[in-house]
Structure formats: C-alpha cells, structure tokens
Design a protein around this ligand. Structure first.
Ligand code: ADP
Length: 229
C-alpha cells in the first residue's frame, strides 16, 4: 500500500491514516508531524519552519522535502506508506514522483478526502491531541470515551490544542489549501491516480469508504460499473 491522502485541513486525513496504520501496518508519514517534531526538538530545520507553520503558510519545499526524503529512506517505508499532508503543491508532487521513481516504488492511489467547507472550521476548532499517546479527538464530535483509553490505561488523556488551530490561522490554512494544494486534484486525476472519498459523517463509515477506494480491485470494479460484491 503506497497511498497519498489529499484533502483540506480538517478533512480527517490524520484520523484515517492512523486507522490505516493499525489495520495494514504501513507507516503513516505526516509532513505536519515531522515538522512539529523538528520544531519540538529545536533543530535548525524546525527553527526555520516554525514561523510559516504558526502563520498557516506552507513551509518551504526544500525543508519539507529533506524531511520526507529522510523518512522514506527508513526501512519500514519499504512495506509501503500512507502519506498524509504531503505533497501540498505541484512542485512537491513532482519531487515525490522523481523520488519514488528512483526507488521503483510508485504511488498506487491518491485519495481525495472530500468535505464541505463549513464542516472544516468546526472540526479544526474542536480538534485536540493527547500529548501522551498521540491520539486525535474532537471535543464536539469525538471526545475520549471508555473505549479509547490512553496508552498506560490508568491515566486520562492529556488533551492539547495545536497552536495553529486558532480561528485566524485556520482561515489562512484553508485559503492556502484552495490556492496551492487543491490543484493537485486535477494533477493526479490526469495521471489516473485519483480516488474520491466522501469524508463527512461517522469516522467508521468514512474508513469503510476509504478501504474500498484503496483496494487494488476497486479500480476495475469502478471502471466496469459492476455492482460491488
Ligand atoms: P493540516 O493539514 O490540518 O493543516 P498539518 O499537520 O498537515 O495540518 O500541517 C500543519 C502545518 O505544517 C501547515 O499549515 C504547514 O505550515 C506545515 N506543513 C505540513 N505539511 C507541509 C508540506 N507538505 N509543505 C509545506 N508545509 C507543510
């Protein structure tokens, strides 16, 4: 499984990527997480990336590509990967295609997580992450429950809000998505790689649609318009 999850901020890429990891074992490669990690470690790259992230702008391609190149070269990526939040513009998509072409590991599918614009703001303002186990929640739509214990079982989740999940920065991130990332939809459609998943509604239902979209057979099924078995 070598897939790219494409979609606006708040479209559920991270949540669904975590579910794919659990079920299929391929690692999630999130450019946002790699960048936040670099910022938290105080590395030189992190220091350079921080201002753009805080403003909701894209971090420069050279920094992001350096992180992705390094991550894709680790042995676990040979099992496949779920790219989440990368690529985010045409230049990154072309660099990715070169990188994977050299490794002989092209992308199988690019999945567009389709969500109506108005739903996104609520998802993003309610988003929280547990600083202990890394799990994603939404205080409005999917708060922690007894079924979602923290790693060591005994303690409660420690929910934190990302600094760029405030309303001004969110609006900017949505504008940046429309201007720079959305053109990737046509880019990948033209290459025959695009699948679209309706990403509103229950997390499990979305996951079901996502699984059907990435199954190798779903392509020919869709092309021949036969009913699903
Ligand atoms: P979201 O998709 O919800 O905006 P991410 O965690 O993917 O959140 O990204 C957070 C921030 O990290 C972005 O607003 C941007 O500043 C930076 N970032 C993440 N991925 C990329 C990328 N591929 N290229 C440039 N900047 C990125």
């Amino acid at each position: 499984m070598r897939i790219v999850l494409l979609g606006a901020p708040g479209s559920g890429k991270g949540t669904q990527a975590q579910k794919l990891v659990k079920k299929y074992g391929a690692p999630q490669i999130s450019s946002g997480d790699l960048l936040r990690d670099a910022v938290a470690r105080g590395s030189e790259l992190g220091l350079k990336a921080k201002a753009a992230m805080d403003a909701g702008e894209l971090v420069s391609d050279d920094l992001v590509l350096a992180l992705i190149r390094e991550r894709l070269s680790r042995p676990d990526a040979l099992r496949g990967f779920i790219l989440d939040g990368f690529p985010r513009n045409i230049a990154q998509a072309e660099a990715l295609s070169d990188m994977l072409g050299r490794l002989g590991q092209p992308i199988d599918a690019v999945v567009l997580m389709n969500v109506d614009g108005t739903a996104l703001l609520k998802r993003l303002t309610g988003r929280r992450t547990c600083s202990r186990c890394g799990r994603l929640f939404n205080i409005y739509t999917s708060p922690p429950t007894a079924d979602t214990p923290c790693v060591d079982g005994h303690r409660e989740h420690q929910l934190v809000q990302r600094p760029d999940d405030n309303e001004d920065t969110i609006r900017n991130r949505l504008d940046v998505y429309a201007a720079q990332t959305r053109p990737l939809v046509e880019h990948y459609r033209g290459r025959g790689l695009l699948r679209t998943v309706e990403a509103e509604g229950d997390v499990e239902d979305v996951f079901g649609r996502l699984e059907r979209a990435v199954k190798p057979r779903s392509r020919s099924v869709r092309r021949s318009r036969k009913p699903r078995r």
